[in-house]
Design a protein around this ligand. Structure first.
Ligand code: PMP
Length: 408
């Protein structure tokens, strides 16, 4: 039944192809700017010291076993996750209108939300389309298509300013049908590194309220972006404050460096009126969806995160670790911009320091990206996205000089 017409050969994931090519390159000064994971100043993976500590506590715990977690996950983990994203004093939590399920990292949370919307939101809004930014994390496309939600995009990146195309975004939302679903990156937009300002978020909320549109926040970089957990959660909290009913996908891959442990959380926030009653019904259906998808979420990563989230001193240490990661990335942004300006590389480079988080949309063309790879062994995605975590004090000047050469 699986002939070529039925199961055609799929195109290779461009990121995996890039990784394989980098690995095979034997040049000693090669640079990986494709990687979506934090690297330390020696280009090595970094286990957060607080994670190592929590790991040791868990390993020494004689009572630890490998029993199933509840369907909704580790309760102390999901509870702490609510507080982390919504704020400990969030009225939505106090009013019991937040429902949270532990998921297979952020991807699983986006998927669970997509499945829930496809099954229930579509009942009263049969052709409701989910809009996401152009561009967005490539997986959004696949995840929402898999659950049969119609998808569309709103303009986001302005190639000229390498900043936000705010007018384009607003007019697209105004032009989208009422009750459309809108996917928003809570902070550190992937792949552009461009976030709305607080005033711009307010305007986005105003338009979405006017059009009764439904927000779905994807939050993969809280604390990793600015180094401040509250600052990075501002947009989500503002929408909740404004009384929106909404969904949140929360990932602990980047901010805890728990990539492979798949620790994440999905939240439904009910409306300000009768929210707890709705939340109760929603919880019952989410449990059924979760059961059929994964039965029970994986325990170890959530246990590590939970220890850090629930212990005052580990939490403070985590915040310091977050500042180490975000601080190093901010320093690399400054160093790259500084060197490009010093070399008088044609064009403007202020966007490098204005963008935030793991990624930067450099504005380099596909041809320039190809030349960087063939001439200088520097690897990045074709769209000119650079992972700032791949830069360090040993290679940033080399990268700037290579960029300077291909741009001149
Ligand atoms: N959403 C966005 C925008 C992301 O950048 C990522 C990480 N690449 C994720 C979700 C989820 O990643 P993970 O499943 O590893 O948590």
């Amino acid at each position: 039944p699986f002939n070529e017409d039925v199961v055609p050969q799929a195109a290779e994931d461009p990121l995996f192809g890039l990784m394989a090519a980098y690995k095979a390159d034997s040049f000693d000064r090669k640079v990986d700017l494709g990687i979506g994971a934090y690297r330390d100043n020696n280009a090595k993976p970094w286990v957060l010291p607080v994670v190592k500590k929590a790991d040791n506590i868990l390993r020494d715990d004689p009572d630890l076993n490998h029993e199933y977690l509840p369907i909704a996950g580790l309760p102390e983990f999901t509870k702490a996750s609510q507080k982390l994203i919504l704020g400990a004093d969030s009225p939505a939590i106090a009013e019991n209108r937040v429902i949270s399920l532990q998921t297979i990292s952020g991807t699983g949370a986006v998927h669970l939300g997509g499945l829930f919307l496809s099954k229930f939101y579509s009942k009263t809004n049969p052709n409701a389309t989910i809009y996401f930014s152009n561009p967005t994390w490539a997986n959004h496309n696949q995840i929402f298509t898999n659950v049969h939600l119609p998808i569309d995009t709103y303009p986001y990146f302005d190639a000229k300013t390498r900043g936000l195309n705010f007018d384009g975004m607003i007019s697209a939302l105004e032009g989208a049908p009422e009750k459309s679903i809108v996917l928003l990156h809570a902070c550190a937009h992937n792949p552009t590194g461009v976030d709305p300002t607080q005033d711009q978020w307010k305007k986005i909320a105003e338009v979405m309220r006017k059009k009764s549109q439904f927000p779905f926040f994807d939050c993969a970089y809280q604390g990793f972006a600015s180094g401040d957990l509250n600052k990075d959660a501002w947009a989500v909290r503002y929408f909740v404050e404004q009384g929106f009913e909404l969904l949140i996908a929360q990932s602990y891959a980047k901010n805890f460096g728990l990539y492979g442990e798949r620790a994440g959380c999905f939240h439904y926030v009910g409306p300000a009126r009768n929210g707890s009653e709705t939340a109760k019904r929603v919880a019952s259906q989410l449990a059924i969806l979760q059961r059929s998808e994964i039965s029970n979420p994986p325990a170890y990563g959530a246990r590590i995160a939970s220890l850090c989230l629930n212990d005052v001193s580990l939490f403070a240490e985590w915040e310091a670790n977050l500042r180490t990661m975000s601080g190093r990335i901010i320093d690399m942004r400054k160093a790259l911009r500084g060197k490009l300006e010093e070399l008088k590389t044609p064009g403007t480079w202020n966007h490098i320091t204005e963008q935030i988080g793991m990624f930067s949309f450099t504005g380099l063309s596909e041809a320039q990206v190809a030349k960087l790879r063939s001439d200088a062994h520097i690897y990045m995605t074709k769209n000119g996205r650079v992972s700032m975590a791949g830069l360090n004090t040993n290679n940033v000047n080399y990268v700037a000089e290579a960029i300077n050469k291909v741009v001149k």
